[in-house]
Design a protein around this ligand. Sequence first.
Ligand code: UD1
Ligand code: UDP
Length: 353
Amino acid sequence: MKVVSVVGARPQFIKCAPISRELRKNSEEIVIHTGQHYDINLSQSFFDELQIPNPDYNLGVGSGAHGYQTGAMIKFIEDILLIVNPDVVIVCGDTNSTLSGALAAPKLRIPLAHIEAGLRSYNKDMPEEINRVLTDHCSDFLFCPTETAVSNLKKENIYQGVYLVGDVMYDALLHNIDLAQKSNILEQMHLEPRTYVLATLHRASNTDNSDSLKRIITGLSQVDNKVVFPVHPRTRKALEMFGISPGENILVTEPVGYLDFLKLESQAAAIVTDSGGIQKEAYLLCIPCITVREETEWVETVEDGWNVLVGTDTDLIIRTVLEFRPDRGRRQLFGNGTASRKIVQILEEYFKK
Ligand code: UD1
Ligand code: UDP
């Protein structure tokens, strides 16, 4: 089987690592990096640390408005697909890089596989929601991480090509957690386990609105704990533009590598985030998660009592960090760590020559 994988943003490098590992046992993989993320600590460091083969093509599209970014990616991906002529194109997640692959492949009548299919926030203010819906409706293979994702697709009359396989981010976590425990990031940052809060922010709805961003940063600045805050470049720019300064209890850092981040997550007292992937990792690592959004795609983590949605309410953020101590059992929501193997088996069986 000859596969083209399209990646471009931080979480996609993490998701593609276990898939690449499985694919390269028996199949040929050609990786297209759109260049959506280009800072070393959002891109190359993941290829190095996770030992992902370097991309065969880097489109260097970079940042820009949605139309520019997606359009430029589609154009270049189409050119490459015409040359490579793969059996199938794989996209994952819900970024503009995902959508660009999802629009380029089907128009050339190349089968499309979507990893992390069926996720919905039902909030079209999120660009990611548009990307997910369109990608799913263009896909021939829809690999769902959860039962909720399968039932979301049914509501949109998508039944064919749907497979419940589990979550590839769980595969990645299992593969790396032992190595991550060897990280000395806590010592480097002078942190004691279970005393600090780990925070990340990058959703446009939080960063592009000065009131929302101010409310969240004020909340984080007033909690009793030290807060470790690896800042996404979108957020750094917004903080500077709006003149918002994090409080003295906040340890502001550059984004950190995956292994260091897993270590920081696993030893945190609580996590405050608007990230999709981090909500899942918090659940998998048994860490209370406080999500600064009004809704989530990962509804099961909330139903199970390990994730709570607080929006951007300053007082609620402070109170929840102080009081939220879940102790309920957890389910195997995200499969058993074999999602990547299942995905590759299904595709290889289908494209058996
Ligand atoms: C993107 C995805 C989001 C995903 C996130 C993962 C879309 C619409 N959004 O959001 O779904 O959760 O990646 O982190 O696809 N920038 C840099 N250096 C970089 C990359 C970006 O400085 O290497 C800055 C630029 O100012 C850019 C801004 O960050 O304009 C936003 O980058 P962009 O890729 O558009 O969206 P993300 O917020 O990263
Ligand atoms: N992550 C990381 N370093 C950081 C912040 C996050 O390695 O400084 C990892 C994290 O462990 C998770 C993924 O990046 O696997 C989540 O990506 P992000 O929050 O950028 O995107 P989302 O999941 O919201 O699409």
